[in-house]
Design a protein around this ligand. Structure first.
Ligand SMILES: Cc1cc2nc3c(=O)[nH]c(=O)nc-3n(C[C@H](O)[C@H](O)[C@H](O)COP(=O)(O)OP(=O)(O)OC[C@H]3O[C@@H](n4cnc5c(N)ncnc54)[C@H](O)[C@@H]3O)c2cc1C
Length: 491
């Protein structure tokens, strides 16, 4: 008889694991608390605007391709990935603007204007991050158990992947000015950590965006979970929405899930194996009744989704980063003192630069993301006063850099607060990117994809191995699916 698998959550990780296991012949059921798939990779539609609410950068497309190929399909039949040019713009507080182009030689010309000799630094930085990527890429598909700590092969890699240096330290080797160091380490914020705290091997993100380039799925980022949902259904998985899982227990060699239906009535389902895609720490606390160890968490974010009445000027790229005047202080506020900055860095996503299908004709989308402290230790969400100040600072900065009065052009507005990550997605401590990607929470030290106490219980997603971000969560789904297949093969 086919083994029965229950998946808790239809985020990108849950859908990818369902597709892989369905294709491998397992009988898969997915239970999702929300009314649609995608989790943090979600969408809000209003007045003809399609706001992607979470991820906006597609990096490392080979990780996306791998999922589809493993299910006997081709990515290009499901997603139309357009390469961006320019890749992004960085607006400095002093009025300077750095454009990162698809063509490296044009980027080097830009860098030379900022710092004579920076073009050579760029070559050196990319050569080193390429070497690191070659070592790190295969490790992203490996599950690290405690025994791996004793394996000398991994200890030999410590130096090769610069595990003991910081992301910031790596950039410092190649660029003199702090402003360029920030330009080559801001990607640490993609995984919600400070470049001063994250190990240098996370520079694989810089490698990906400069060497492999940045992509946009035409039709919007929400096409990604939709493509995975289709893949999972084609592989035979059954997906149940508005079906929150309330409890996970061990029962006579199987795993028991208690699921509430739309009428709030609990039902018990038994599975040979279960995979938890819901946030790892939330699941330990609320679904398994455990008290997890004290972890470090990524930052949170405050988001504005703005539908604008008219097009913004052409100085905006698809991706725009506005750096704080005092970046060091801003990072300290987010990650150390836990305060809301008066001089924040923020990001403006304008997907309608590339993809007109996301807004009514002649209109524009601005998605503004401001990194803020998470809610660990009972920290409170933004007060009305803090929010009003943050919002006006953002609009003033945009106006100063580009001459565009965003606020005047708003037709539709939605907001998303740190607390919403807890309420909507069950993300512990409102840590948008899950557990922090520090050395002490990477590889062996990050929660593994199998439960040490319940045989048959597995995990997939941002707070498990290997980590967060879409491509890495897709790698996580392979680790988990392989563990289940291998153990089923041995049984
Ligand atoms: C604002 C933002 C910007 C980002 N930017 C990028 C980017 O540019 N590029 C990139 O690659 N990544 C980015 N990321 C990260 C990326 O979105 C995540 O790493 C990824 O989507 C996480 O997927 P997941 O499957 O691990 O978890 P989730 O998306 O959290 O999915 C878990 C699912 O489980 C469900 N669930 C929770 N509890 C239960 C329960 N009890 N019962 C049933 N279901 C439950 C949730 O509703 C959710 O659907 C960003 C994330 C955010 C939020």
């Amino acid at each position: 008889m086919r083994k029965k698998i229950g998946v808790v959550g239809a985020g990108v990780g849950g859908l990818a694991v369902a597709a892989r296991l369905g294709s491998a012949g397992f009988d898969v059921e997915v239970y999702e608390k929300l009314g649609r798939c995608g989790g943090r990779n979600n969408i809000v539609e209003d007045a003809g605007f399609k706001f992607d609410t979470g991820p906006s950068f597609v990096l490392m497309p080979d990780f996306f391709e791998e999922v589809f190929v493993s299910c006997g399909r081709r990515l290009s039949d499901y997603l139309d990935l357009a390469v961006l040019d320019p890749s992004y713009k960085i607006f400095y507080a002093d009025g300077g603007c750095l454009t990162v182009h698809r063509d490296a030689s044009r980027t080097k010309e830009e860098l030379e204007k900022f710092e004579p000799g920076a073009a050579a630094g760029y070559d050196g930085f990319l050569a080193e991050t390429s070497r690191i990527y070659r070592h790190v890429q295969p490790m992203l598909y490996k599950r690290f158990g405690p025994q791996a700590l004793l394996d000398p092969r991994y200890w030999l890699l410590v130096n090769k992947i610069r595990a003991l240096s910081s992301y910031w330290g790596l950039a410092r080797k190649y660029f003199k000015s702090e402003r360029l160091c920030y330009a080559f380490t801001f990607e640490a914020m993609f995984i919600g950590v400070s470049p001063f705290q994250s190990p240098a091997f996370y520079s694989v993100i810089s490698y990906a965006d400069h060497v492999q380039k940045i992509f946009h799925p035409m039709g919007g980022m929400y096409r990604i979970p939709l493509a995975l949902e289709k893949l999972a259904r084609e592989a035979g998985a059954r997906i149940f929405y508005d079906s929150p899982v309330e409890k996970i227990e061990k029962h006579n060699g199987s795993v028991q899930l208690t699921v509430k239906d739309a009428a709030q009535v609990p039902h018990v389902h038994f599975f040979d194996q279960a995979v938890v895609n819901a946030d790892y720490v939330y699941a330990q606390n609320s679904l398994l009744g455990r008290r997890p160890r004290r972890y470090e968490y990524s930052c949170s974010v405050y988001l504005l989704y703005l539908g604008l009445k008219r097009k913004a000027p052409s100085c905006f790229a698809h991706h725009n980063l506005f750096f704080a005047e005092d970046l060091r202080r801003n990072l300290k506020e987010i990650f150390t003192t836990g305060t809301i900055s008066e001089d924040p860095s923020f990001y403006v996503h304008v997907p309608t630069v590339t993809d007109a299908s996301l807004a009514p004709a002649g209109k524009e989308i601005f998605y503004v993301l401001v990194p803020v402290p998470n809610l660990q230790g009972g920290r409170q969400d933004l007060s009305a006063g803090q929010e009003a100040r943050l919002r006006s600072t953002v609009f003033e900065r945009i106006n100063k850099a580009t001459g565009f009065d965003t606020e005047k052009e708003i037709e539709v507005e939605h907001r998303f607060y740190p607390q919403d990550f807890i309420t909507k997605y069950n993300i512990a401590e409102a840590a948008t990117f899950g557990l922090a990607h520090t050395l002490g929470q990477s590889a062996f030290f990050r929660p593994a994809n199998d439960d040490p106490r319940i045989n048959g219980l597995y995990y997939v997603g941002a707070s498990t191995q290997p980590g967060g971000g879409l491509p890495v969560v897709l790698a996580s789904s392979r680790i988990t699916a392989d563990l289940i297949r291998d153990r089923a093969g041995r049984a």
